[in-house]
Design a protein around this ligand. Structure first.
Ligand SMILES: *[C@@H]1O[C@H](CO)[C@@H](O)[C@H](O)[C@H]1NC(C)=O
Ligand SMILES: *[C@@H]1O[C@H](CO)[C@@H](O)[C@H](O)[C@H]1NC(C)=O
Ligand SMILES: *[C@@H]1O[C@H](CO)[C@@H](O)[C@H](O)[C@H]1NC(C)=O
Ligand SMILES: *[C@@H]1O[C@H](CO)[C@@H](O)[C@H](O)[C@H]1NC(C)=O
Length: 327
């Protein structure tokens, strides 16, 4: 009797051992991370394949603002602007004699791809993103490797990397700009144009081909080095949605940094934010500058920097983004 019981429990132990070994082997072969495996077992309703997903935990404040059905970039599907959006968009930079919007966009999509980008949210996707702002708090931060470990690395405006790799990383998958802040890009980088007027859409078409437009309200690069198969246009509809839903109409329109962050939280499963806000001493300069009197960046009149920063911090509090505050 006693012997039988012992034999039974020994067989059970051996079986358990084999099952555990087989599971471990399976996980190893299929590169399933530990955490993912257990999370998958205990919460089958997950929205993405990362350890944690941006859309997973319900938050009332977030859901009231977040609308995943508005695409951040233009394609044939969302080319038509509502009357409301079009009028709002035209007054952003007080464009007085705009060209025909649908004609301009039609011409543009003969030059750049007409693709519905990033509508691939699902339980099999895990996309990690770093949004890298231009704050001086990146100086001596040593974030380079951490930033480069993301799937997408999103930068904006001038944002140099050469010579600053240790702190800001070397890879860039997406670069947001407008004509007046444009720079040349590498062939592997997606250019995301943020249009604030019809002329901006005409400019990108020109800058990728003939180079005829040399001036907006100031001189701009007539030609730009960039891979035209990787040019995306930030949607005016999305721009207005960010302004209305997220900024509650504060400022004239959102800053490039905030637009980059909003782009990320709508197409990524995990978002890390670098180079936003002031440095430890309260300076608001750029990481490539030695300018200690740049407090003017905070309130430029066009953007409400304080409100944007508040919303960013709320996103951090609600575990929607990770914030790296630098030095
Ligand atoms: C999201 O945006 C779409 C398109 O503008 C709109 O029809 C829908 O009502 C919005 N959803 C929410 C929850 O606001
Ligand atoms: C713009 O062009 C389209 C044809 O592509 C035309 O139907 C439309 O009326 C034009 N809009 C304006 C405001 O001229
Ligand atoms: C850039 O990439 C495109 C494909 O997207 C390729 O056709 C082109 O030759 C590349 N140009 C350079 C300079 O590498
Ligand atoms: C930012 O948030 C703080 C407290 O959460 C609040 O006191 C302040 O008025 C907010 N600032 C803006 C510009 O909304």
């Amino acid at each position: 009797m006693f012997v039988l019981k012992r034999r039974k429990s020994r067989i059970f132990a051996v079986l358990l051992f084999i099952v555990t070994l087989a599971t471990l082997f399976f996980m190893y072969v299929c590169h399933v991370p530990w955490l993912y495996f257990f999370k998958f077992l205990f919460s089958p309703k997950r929205t993405c394949a990362c350890g944690e997903c941006l859309a997973d935990k319900y938050d009332n404040w977030f859901s009231e603002r977040f609308n995943q059905s508005i695409s951040p970039v233009l394609s044939e599907k969302n080319i038509l602007l509502s009357e409301d959006t079009y009028r709002w968009w035209l007054q952003l930079q007080s464009e007085t004699d705009p060209a025909n919007f649908s004609m301009v966009v039609k011409t543009l999509f003969q030059i750049i791809p007409n693709v519905q980008w990033y509508m691939d949210l699902g339980p099999l996707r895990c996309r990690t993103c770093a949004v890298v702002g231009n704050s001086g708090n990146l100086k001596r931060s040593n974030y380079g490797t951490l930033i480069d470990s993301n799937d997408f690395i999103i930068r904006m405006n001038e944002a140099p990397t050469i010579g600053f790799e240790k702190d800001v990383g070397r890879r860039t998958t997406h670069h947001l700009m407008y004509p007046e802040s444009a720079r040349h890009l590498e062939n592997t980088t997606n250019l995301i144009l943020i249009p604030f007027k019809t002329l901006d859409l005409q400019w990108i078409a020109s800058a990728l081909t003939t180079g005829t437009i040399k001036q907006t309200y100031m001189p701009v690069l007539p030609r730009i080095t960039a891979n035209r198969d990787k040019v995306l246009i930030y949607s005016p509809t999305f721009l207005k949605y960010v302004y209305n839903n997220w900024l509650e109409n504060h400022g004239r329109y959102p800053s490039t940094g905030f637009l980059a962050l909003m782009f990320a939280i709508h197409i990524c499963d995990q978002v890390s934010v670098f180079g936003f806000g002031a440095d430890k001493e309260g300076n608001w300069d750029h990481y490539w500058e030695k300018n200690y009197f740049a407090d003017a960046f905070r309130q430029t009149g066009v953007h409400d920097g304080n409100f944007e920063y508040n919303i960013t911090m709320l996103l951090v509090d609600k575990h929607k983004v990770k914030f790296f505050k630098g030095r």
